[in-house]
Design a protein around this ligand. Structure first.
Ligand code: COA
Length: 154
């Protein structure tokens, strides 16, 4: 397989995900998480306006922003976000999060997400975007790690 080499000068654009993107998205997912979403899960979000990819010809990252309805009402939910490891630290994750939150504009008052308590990089990104700690879910992840639920008033 050909390695993807970072090209900082390339034009990066963010757009809604298409079927042709799914393999690359699933590959980034697999290399980013110990319990990755399957190809089929991404497939289910193809019609969701909050499933966005960043690309410069290659898929560099993605976000899945959607709504979740609970007994207390409907809230926005950042369900997944990752950037290809060769491209991290270039503002792509931040841009994806901004656009994903933009898709939710007007439809919800609150956006939530779950994050591993050890994921300092993601925690820093989320804090910069106005997310604040709401509660802890003990043993949320398959390896027993706790999730922190972060919430942002929209
Ligand atoms: C989290 C992730 C999406 C961030 O994407 P990214 O493109 O690297 O992020 P950005 O370059 O836009 O950086 C945004 C912020 O993230 C934080 N950040 C990025 N790289 C960091 C690092 N190496 N260490 C600490 N914080 C970091 C900083 O707060 C940064 O803001 P700053 O540039 O103003 O300091 C990326 O690291 C990733 O894919 N991680 C693996 C998957 C994952 O953990 N997803 C989140 C699940 S909850």
């Amino acid at each position: 397989m050909t390695a993807v080499v970072p090209q900082p000068d390339a034009q990066i654009r963010i757009r809604q995900a298409e079927r042709a993107d799914l393999l690359a998205v699933a590959r980034i997912e697999q290399s980013s998480f110990s319990q990755p979403w399957s190809f089929e899960i991404f497939e289910q979000f193809l019609t969701s306006p909050g499933f966005l990819v960043a690309e410069d010809g290659h898929i560099l990252g993605y976000v899945v922003a959607d709504t979740t309805t609970t007994h207390t009402g409907t809230v926005g939910h950042i369900k997944d976000i990752a950037v290809h490891e060769s491209y991290r630290g270039n503002g792509i994750g931040s841009a994806l999060l901004t656009r994903g939150l933009g898709v939710l504009d007007g439809s919800v008052d609150t956006v939530k997400l779950e994050v591993r308590e050890s994921n300092d990089t993601a925690l820093s990104l989320y804090h910069e975007h106005g997310f604040r700690y709401a509660r802890r879910i003990p043993g949320y992840y398959g390896d027993g790690e706790d999730a922190l639920v972060l919430v942002r008033e929209h």
